[in-house]
Design a protein around this ligand. Structure first.
Ligand SMILES: NC(=O)c1ccc[n+]([C@@H]2O[C@H](COP(=O)([O-])OP(=O)(O)OC[C@H]3O[C@@H](n4cnc5c(N)ncnc54)[C@H](O)[C@@H]3O)[C@@H](O)[C@H]2O)c1
Length: 323
């Protein structure tokens, strides 16, 4: 069996693939011409964030599974995989904690305006601490989570530990489940009106593109902190820049952007009420190790039917597009 690995993956994953005597190689050139040649006869593909479109996939003669190192799969043509009965794996159990901790980091950083306290201290202005603008607790604030899947749920737990009121907007999850998890179900409009903090955990698709746009900011509170670690295109970035620049909301934490990498002159970079990270909320060392292992476990399980992997993986881990 031959496996292509698109992008660099932690060595723990490579160890697993070597132990199982699979032939595996890393792909570094992601142009379609090169991919068509390199992937022509592979049985499985492990993939990070590079694009895998129909043109390349239709040239893969032996392909049986594409295994995402992550959970979002908007970079892969899933319609093509479904039509051609090629499986799609995701590392479902690997990254929710890492992303949820990243959101907490951004929430605390922005509500405490830590950057201003840090600058003041470094600049020898310790005694002028009373000149800093007001900063806030998370305690008893209204947190609105869009998307109550793996990451949304992991975040809710962490927010509740801070004694916040956690509201959830997810029309695909039963209100009963939201309540059982200690949260309050709410619709988008009402949620936008009451939220002090919003965190977005939706998949990117035709319905969620531009999910937060100009009109939504007309009803949000001026103290709003907005965090997006899902996909950049879910927020209209121009609208977000405008409201941040005009202080119509308090701050934003972004791990994802309309274009990745964002252009050097992206106006968001000039704002002090933002905290920006390079799509690395799931890249803690622990999470990279888990993702590398799960990415390859999915391939091994699917190609060999190894029951041990099945037992360990399939219960916790979703392999989609298998039938
Ligand atoms: N920044 C990163 O490195 C990083 C890492 C992991 C995941 N992600 C992104 O986060 C997204 C969420 O990950 P997850 O593991 O929690 O996914 P998930 O599939 O477990 O959860 C997504 C939830 O969104 C809900 N949803 C879908 N459409 C909705 C809508 N229109 N309104 C409200 N809810 C809706 C679904 O019902 C589901 O419960 C992924 O799709 C991925 O794009 C980013």
């Amino acid at each position: 069996m031959k496996i292509a690995v698109m992008g660099s993956i932690h060595e723990n994953g490579w160890d697993l693939i070597k132990k199982n005597n699979f032939e595996a190689f890393e792909v570094t050139n992601f142009s379609n011409d090169s991919l068509k040649k390199e992937l022509e006869d592979v049985d499985g593909i492990a993939i990070r964030t590079a694009k895998l479109d129909k043109e390349v996939l239709s040239n893969c003669k032996n392909l049986k599974i594409v295994s995402r190192h992550g959970v979002g799969y908007d970079n892969v043509d899933k319609n093509f995989l479904d039509k051609n009965r090629i499986a799609l794996g995701i590392t479902g159990t690997a990254n929710s904690v890492s992303v949820a901790e990243h959101v907490m980091t951004m929430l605390l950083y922005l509500s405490r305006k830590i950057n201003l306290s840090d600058q003041l201290t470094r600049n020898g202005n310790f005694k002028q601490k009373n000149t800093l603008p007001d900063f806030y607790e998370l305690y008893e604030k209204n947190i609105l989570i869009f998307g109550f899947g793996r990451i949304g749920k992991a975040l809710a737990k962490r927010c509740m530990a801070f004694e916040t009121n956690v509201y959830v907007c997810d029309p695909f999850v039963d209100d009963k489940i939201i309540k059982e998890n200690g949260c309050y179900p709410i619709n988008k409009l009402e949620g936008l009106k009451i939220a002090d903090c919003i965190s977005i955990h939706l998949p990117l698709n035709e319905k969620t593109k531009n999910f937060i746009s100009y009109d939504d900011f007309k009803i949000t509170k001026p103290n709003l902190i907005l965090i997006n670690t899902s996909r950049g295109e879910i927020i209209n970035e121009e609208a977000l820049y405008d409201v941040l620049n005009q202080n119509k909301i308090s701050g934003a934490g972004l791990d994802v952007y309309n274009n990745e990498p964002p252009l050097k002159d992206n106006p968001l970079f000039s704002l002090s009420n933002t905290v920006l990270t390079p799509h690395n909320s799931a890249l803690t060392l622990e999470c990279r190790k888990r993702m590398a292992i799960e990415t390859f476990e999915n391939i091994l399980y699917y190609l060999t039917g190894d029951k041990l992997l099945n037992k360990k993986n399939i219960i916790n881990n979703k392999i989609i597009g298998m039938n």
